[in-house]
Design a protein around this ligand. Structure first.
Ligand code: AMP
Ligand code: GLY
Length: 426
């Protein structure tokens, strides 16, 4: 079978490589892909836009592609799954209606409240002054969220009223879109965050291994928020008992609430949770897709063929599977361009990837490009160096041994990915 993957991040490179582990997958096409998918054997990039549904459809038809997997949220929120489903083509990812769980935080909040899903208290405003008055009433710290898709930039954890008011002003100035502006003002929670990526076919929902992302740029979780500086799986904070609660109190009721809204959701339901100091799992956000960089860590431990699970979701047969995992742990360390998440330079020559892979790691590309046969940096997050080991400690040392082989001007990474799970304070 031939598969087409939509997206150009580390997540999509990891999905493509995982698919190609199976002898049944003959070729993977990536739209638009990156320097990694361009150089992976069996993989080919197509220079089409991810919102060019007609162009993608034409390519799928002409080349007899059996399955489309969508990585990012944007095409899902624009209705790519609806478009392909209407044409009776196999596509993995929820419809536009389902994708609202990520594309509208107020919609997701309403669904959670209705279904009794544990989530921090929040209020939704369409008016800046009312939102500011609510902040004054509630006090700080408080969390201000733009309602729509904001590429991870729409959330401010405000420690002062001034900060909260300024975040509200930014949102109402139209920084994250000018249509139907709404702001969600949410109670601030402390605890540890975990990412639960679950597969669903609209009937059953099956969590993958729990993972933990590292969103801050600096070690010890300090500094600006990023798209994710590294991840590891499984996250030991999610004990089997806690996973059972997450299944019963969050995943199943969410699916039931989607069904109640007549939404046929087939794809990834990603619950971004805070595990409070009392051990309660609460939903901070839902995403309608695989997480990045959690996917890189999680898929490297997956034993059941990925295409079996994805097809089972599309064909509503997920209940037939019990997902098998390799033992041990996996960690993905992100190498970023100096300056990220602020301004940074692109086009820096990258060396040492082969040496890094010779240390037993897999290097997934995110912001890279192949330019005149030279691999160069092309984004903020450049590579995801991923290694598995029998223990998390082994996985971490293997990943950093590989990280140390890779060079490009200004390269930056956090040196503490996964350390929290070993009991290090951060
Ligand atoms: P979100 O896009 O909703 O996941 O928010 C981005 C990040 O903001 C999360 O990963 C958390 O680190 C932080 N955050 C969001 N909501 C809350 C909250 N209610 N309490 C504390 N931190 C939060
Ligand atoms: N790792 C966070 C996300 O994918 O949204």
């Amino acid at each position: 079978m031939k598969v087409l993957v939509v997206g150009n991040g580390g997540r999509e490179h990891a999905i493509a490589k995982k698919l190609l582990e199976s002898t049944r997958i003959k070729q993977v096409f990536c739209v638009p892909g990156n320097g990694g998918t361009a150089t992976t054997k069996g993989c080919q990039n197509l220079s089409l836009n991810i919102d060019d549904f007609q162009g993608i459809e034409r390519f799928v038809m002409v080349n007899n592609i059996g399955l489309v997997i969508v990585g990012p949220e944007l095409p899902l929120s624009l209705g790519i799954a609806d478009y392909f489903q209407q044409r009776k083509m196999m596509i993995f990812g929820p419809t536009k209606a389902g994708a609202q769980i990520e594309s509208s935080k107020s919609w997701a909040k309403e669904l959670m409240l209705e279904a009794g899903i544990p989530t921090p208290k929040a209020a939704v405003f369409t008016d800046a002054e009312a939102a500011k008055a609510y902040v004054l009433e509630q006090g700080t710290p408080i969390v201000i969220k733009a309602d729509g898709l904001a590429s991870g930039k729409g959330v401010t954890v405000a420690t002062t009223v001034k900060m909260a008011h300024s975040a509200i002003n930014t949102i109402f100035r139209g920084e994250f879109g000018t249509d139907n502006i709404r702001v969600v003002v949410e109670e601030f929670l402390t605890g540890q965050e975990v990412s639960i990526l679950a597969l669903t076919d609209g009937i059953t929902v099956e969590p993958l291994l729990p993972a933990q992302d590292h969103k801050a740029i600096g070690e010890g979780d300090k500094g600006a928020n990023t798209g994710g500086m590294g991840a590891y799986a499984p996250a030991p904070i999610v004990t089997p008992e806690l996973m059972e609660r997450i299944q019963e109190e969050i995943l199943e009721p969410t699916l039931a609430a989607l069904q109640k809204r007549k939404i046929d959701y087939r794809g990834v339901l990603y619950a971004g949770l805070m595990i409070t100091p009392e051990g309660e799992p609460k939903v901070l956000e839902f995403n309608c897709r695989f997480g990045d960089p959690e996917t890189q860590a999680v898929l490297s431990l997956l034993e059941t063929p990925l295409e079996d699970l994805v097809l089972a979701c599309c064909q509503q047969r997920l209940g037939e599977y019990s997902i098998r995992w390799k033992s041990g742990a996996s960690v993905c360390v992100v190498l970023a361009s100096g300056g990220y998440p602020g301004s940074y330079q692109k086009g820096k020559a990258i060396t040492g990837i082969e040496e890094a892979e010779a240390k037993g790691a897999e290097v997934f590309h995110a912001g890279t490009q192949l330019k005149l046969q030279q691999l160069v940096s092309d984004g903020g997050r450049v590579l995801g160096v991923t290694a598995a080991g029998e223990t998390l400690e082994q996985a971490i040392s293997k990943a950093y041994a590989a990280v140390d082989c890779i060079q490009f001007e200004g390269v930056y990474c956090r040196r503490d990915i996964g350390r929290r799970a070993l009991g290090d304070k951060n």
